[in-house]
Design a protein around this ligand. Structure first.
Ligand code: FES
Ligand code: FES
Length: 239
């Protein structure tokens, strides 16, 4: 990164002011350049920074300017058109723009699983997913699992087996478990499958469930009941 001295900036500012605009466009550009340059000079004087940021830094600052994009998110069967800052996470789009607050923000760093939702049937950490990448995809959140008053079998199993305490992690746990059952049905393997040598349609043992749910943290440590709920759901029983 290169820096310009105060003197350089002052000279640039003088040059800018000395330029004679030949059209309205030139005049506008000159004014903008002046405002930008004067702003940087003023900030440097205010902070006492001896060297000033170069054009590279100004470009970097411009890169942080929000870029808006129109996207269509199909959430729980309903399409919604949104104009989003391209940096918006899917979790924030769901919670802040669509007011679907069932998906929770635990860590916002992909470490706890509280934000788990289904995108085209696959579980994802929505805090790590840019909303624009889900444009046109089928998104299912905890709000979309039940059919009217009828709970999804995994939801019913969590209720039946007390698979929660405070409930903060529960939407993510349930979405994750829904995907887990589908993955198992399609013979997706886990580390435990390889460790036990059960690589051909492995039984969904408690160890398999623990491994496959390991991306979902529960600070209340309701793990035994969560495993029991997933086990019951996998057998098509809620008791
Ligand atoms: S909030 Fe997304 S993984 Fe924790
Ligand atoms: S039930 Fe409280 S964090 Fe899991």
């Amino acid at each position: 990164m290169s820096f310009q001295s105060c003197t350089d900036i002052e000279e640039n500012l003088y040059d800018t002011l000395s330029e004679q605009p030949t059209s309205l466009t030139d005049l506008e550009l000159s004014r903008r350049t002046f405002v930008k340059t004067a702003g940087i000079l003023g900030a440097a004087v205010a902070t006492g920074i001896p060297h000033l940021a170069s054009a590279e830094d100004m470009q970097a600052a411009a890169a942080t300017t929000p870029q808006m994009l129109s996207v269509t998110l199909k959430v729980n069967g309903t399409s919604k058109s949104l104009s989003l800052d391209t940096r918006t996470s899917l979790l924030d789009a769901l919670r802040e723009h669509l007011l679907l607050t069932g998906s929770k923000k635990g860590c916002d760093h992909g470490q706890c699983g509280a934000c788990t939702v289904l995108v085209d049937g696959r579980r994802v950490n929505s805090c790590l997913t840019l909303a624009v990448t889900a444009d046109g995809a089928e998104i299912t959140t905890i709000e979309g699992l039940a059919q009217g008053d009828t709970l999804h079998p995994v939801q019913a199993a969590f209720l039946e087996h007390d698979g929660f305490q405070c409930g903060y992690c529960t939407p993510g746990q349930i979405c994750s478990a829904v995907a887990l059952l589908k993955e198992h049905k399609h013979n997706t393997l886990s580390t435990v499958s390889f460790e036990t040598g059960n690589t051909s349609n492995p039984e969904l043992t408690d160890n398999e469930i623990r491994e496959r749910m390991s991306g979902n943290i529960c600070r209340c440590a309701a793990y035994p009941n969560i495993v029991a709920a997933v086990r019951a759901a996998s057998k098509g029983a809620t008791a």
